[in-house]
Design a protein around this ligand. Structure first.
Ligand code: BGP
Length: 488
């Protein structure tokens, strides 16, 4: 007998974005500079060094970026100008049949420095307009509070998240937006990819490495404060918006042992645990026992305030969301492997069985089914695929249309594996493709790393008309949503 079970009727199909890569208008209507507004990227550097750039900033770079005379181009300040195009863009999402739209609120539109006591009304009004436009199109907003940005002032004057005061600033921001949008937004995420602090402490916890000779201590102390802030925000959200749903969001890569040697499996398990303890804390409400040993090995001593453990225990998240782009393999002795280059982004070992994207991200749809099952086994909470997508170089055909069959193929095989996971019994309630419209890449700041169903006419230096046009994948995803995942 064959067994089949498909997407639930109310499945949330949609797309995912982030304010700092999308909106542009970095100084409009009172917005302050955010940590990501000063990020710049040198694509001429060797690819192996790309992650290092994304990982850190120096005070000198921040200072130069704040200088109005600086001639450099900062792509995230321009985004794709959603700030001025949101009505048109949301209408296009509606045309595709989106049930939901994942976006983030730029903290600096609401609190430009982060430490004010009164919010910026013009910033609040912008998101009212966005949410009202979504409602008119029957699109459910799914909102991240902090997606790789925080007010730059909280980095330069307060030292970022290692400073406990930042919890209060974040909670002020969170409660302000919960209260303002309590009738408009039901689904919230507290921090984007909270487990990426180990890769890029600057964007994750606002740490400038020069300030922190004990970098590991700063990273994990910052993460601890985010856990407490996330738990208290979850509590506040439930109080202010009855029936609201709050999720954590992690970056999830399936990891395979490079060989069947027990040492490789041990190394693989450890790497997976180090990545997953973040959602363990947020979904189960406690640090796993083994983290004592990990922190000791890293020389980290967490400063916990009295009551922190109780806060984590009392206010876990309602659902678990994650991004899934690729898998990687782990070896206990990578130095002994000859001719095996590390995965460009993660430093893992390349898997010889998998193809890769133009940017070296290895494509593994079955890994998505594994991820869904692993996370559901572990947490027994509803899951949401908050990001999944293919960054590619898109070249228009002679009629000016982008025939992105490669994107359709990527999407098709990942949807098939989600369907398998649902048949396995996983409680999955939504999927948002990253990013439904071309925008500035998080890790490289390039426009040319395109994910969209909608093309935006803009190059890496910000030149272009910003005109939006439909790619071939636009119609394909529309058909998938209309058939609730049946017509692939
Ligand atoms: C995730 C981030 C997103 C995003 C995506 C694709 O890690 O949450 O912000 O951009 O990856 O990454 P990139 O833009 O670097 O290709």
């Amino acid at each position: 007998m064959t067994f089949s079970k498909s997407f639930p009727d109310n499945f949330l199909w949609g797309g995912a974005t982030a304010a700092n890569q999308l909106e542009g208008a970095h100084d409009a209507d009172g917005k302050g500079l955010s940590a990501s507004d000063v990020f710049i990227f040198d694509s001429s550097a060797p690819k192996e060094r790309w992650l290092d750039q994304w990982a850190g900033m120096t005070h000198a770079q921040v200072k130069e970026a704040q200088d109005p005379a600086s001639q450099k181009y900062y792509p995230k300040r321009k985004g794709n100008d959603f700030y001025h195009h949101y009505e048109e863009d949301i209408a296009l999402f509606a045309e595709m049949g989106f049930k939901c739209f994942r976006m983030s609120i730029a903290w600096t539109r609401i609190f430009p420095r982060g430490d004010e006591t009164t919010p910026n009304e013009a910033g609040l009004a912008f998101y009212d307009r966005v949410f009202d436009t979504l409602r008119r199109h029957n699109i459910e907003p799914v909102v991240s509070l902090s997606h790789y940005e925080m007010p730059l002032t909280l980095v330069t004057e307060y030292g970022g998240w290692p400073n406990r005061q930042v919890i209060d600033f974040y909670l002020q921001f969170a409660t302000t937006v919960f209260t303002r949008y309590r009738h408009k937004v039901k689904y919230w995420m507290t921090f984007n990819e909270i487990n990426c602090v180990k890769h890029h402490p600057y964007v994750s916890v606002g740490v400038i490495e020069e300030d922190h000779p004990a970098l590991e201590q700063a990273k994990y102390q910052g993460a601890h404060h985010q856990f407490v802030a996330s738990a208290l925000a979850t509590k506040a959200c439930h109080e202010i918006i009855p029936g609201s749903q709050v999720g954590c969001m992690i970056s999830y890569q399936i990891l395979y042992p490079h060989s069947c040697h027990p040492d490789d499996l041990q190394a693989c398990e450890e790497a997976q645990r180090v990545s997953l303890f973040f959602s363990d804390v947020q979904a189960r409400g406690a640090y796993p026992a083994w983290t004592d040993r990990m922190f000791a090995a890293k020389g980290v001593t967490l400063n916990k305030a009295r009551g922190d453990d109780e806060i984590l225990r009392q206010y876990p998240v309602d659902f678990v969301s994650f991004s899934y782009y690729m898998s990687s393999t782990v070896s206990a002795h990578p130095e002994r492997l000859e001719g095996v280059k590390g995965n460009l982004i993660t430093g893992g070992i390349r898997n010889p069985h998998l193809p890769e994207s133009d940017w070296g991200w290895q494509i593994d749809p079955k890994g998505l089914r594994l991820a869904l099952n692993q996370l559901y086994d572990r947490y027994q909470k509803p899951l949401f695929v908050a990001e999944n997508g293919l960054g590619a170089v898109d070249v228009p055909d002679s009629n000016g249309v982008i025939q992105d069959d490669y994107r359709i193929d990527y999407l098709r095989v990942h949807i098939e594996q989600m369907q398998e996971a649902i048949a396995d019994g996983v409680d999955l309630f939504g999927y948002t493709w990253w990013g439904p419209i071309d925008m500035v890449s998080a890790s490289t700041s390039q426009m040319s790393k395109r994910y969209g169903f909608i093309h935006v006419d803009q190059d890496d230096m910000g030149n272009g008309t910003l005109k939006r046009s439909r790619k071939k994948s636009f119609g394909w995803y529309k058909k998938v949503i209309a058939s609730n995942g049946a017509d692939l």
